[in-house]
Design a protein around this ligand. Sequence first.
Ligand SMILES: NC(=O)c1ccc[n+]([C@@H]2O[C@H](COP(=O)([O-])OP(=O)(O)OC[C@H]3O[C@@H](n4cnc5c(N)ncnc54)[C@H](OP(=O)(O)O)[C@@H]3O)[C@@H](O)[C@H]2O)c1
Length: 340
Amino acid sequence: MQDKEKMLAAHFDSPGGPENLYVKEVMKPHPREGEVLMKVSASALNRADLLQRRGKYPPPKGASDILGLEAAGIVAGFGPGCKKQWKIGDPVMALLSGGGQAEYVTVPEGHLIPVPNDMTLVQAAAIPEAWLTAFQLLHFVGKVQSGETVLIHAGASGVGTAAIQLARLEGAIPIVTAGTQEKLQMAAKLGAAAGFNYKEEDFSEKVLEFTLGSGVGVILDCIGGSYWEKNISCLSTDGRWVVYGLLTGGEIHGDLLSRLLFKRGSLLTSLLRSREKEYKEQLVKAFTERVLPHFSRNTSPRLQPVIDSIYPLHEIGEAHKLMEENKNVGKVIIEMPSSS
Ligand SMILES: NC(=O)c1ccc[n+]([C@@H]2O[C@H](COP(=O)([O-])OP(=O)(O)OC[C@H]3O[C@@H](n4cnc5c(N)ncnc54)[C@H](OP(=O)(O)O)[C@@H]3O)[C@@H](O)[C@H]2O)c1
């Protein structure tokens, strides 16, 4: 029988490939001041997990070193000083700084989001990191306006599939890039007005054609280095170019600043994981009020978390491999053993 003070968690002993991952019995966390203990049913993968596993993205100070930036489950306990806004057994999802790929995780109570009645915990696990990132990039950072065109790179990624739907919800016009026809079709189904295969065509030319030469008001860019020239070519005057990932690295050779200045463009960057606790609380609150009701069955347009596949915790290495090979469309879920 399992020791009550212990739990199962995703683990790796040394940085490296997906084969280094295994399930290990570790100590269960104890909620600290203002924290809730969550019994996790499901978590989801993020690119940050892949980088952390390779030793390239250490958790921020004070965060769990267990993988997992998001989880859904039920409230299982409270630390001292909680405001009692949650009850034992409440179904919740959470934005985490780490620790989600384990049977239990502790969360500041203000980082929890209630799970709507008509949503499963597996669906809920696909929401926090991708949707809060997309919401933050569009509204807090990019300040998207109704009627503006938004170019979303990696349109079938977890963040991309959320950003398309959130742009539509705001009355903006999302257009995307992706590397396969299947991914472009999914983006169109979610509301993308146009999609370009960056492997087969020059997306900046296509974007300028689509916008009749004026360019896009906002670019959500997780690609970085290799796209800079095309991005600046199709950014509108006064446009906001939001860099939030560097899948092709951060090095740039060329006259970026002159071209940005000529367009009066803004180059903005954002990282969610390392933000202050209070900032994340504000983000979670705004998302819960403005976006969460739109996931319910009787709303139009209805938002939907896009789930690519579901893996049991002991197959987490396979899940990492799938994401590393760019094969997922939407989120890859990790189910905890005690959830079934
Ligand atoms: N700043 C933040 O706060 C924050 C938070 C969350 C995520 N992120 C970043 O957001 C990005 C998306 O994360 P996710 O978890 O949603 O990813 P994901 O679902 O794994 O999707 C990433 C997709 O990016 C595309 N891609 C990969 N390498 C590429 C390359 N060299 N050139 C062009 N496209 C490439 C691939 O699709 P194609 O087949 O279309 O190429 C891949 O499937 C990542 O860069 C992640 O680090 C940042």
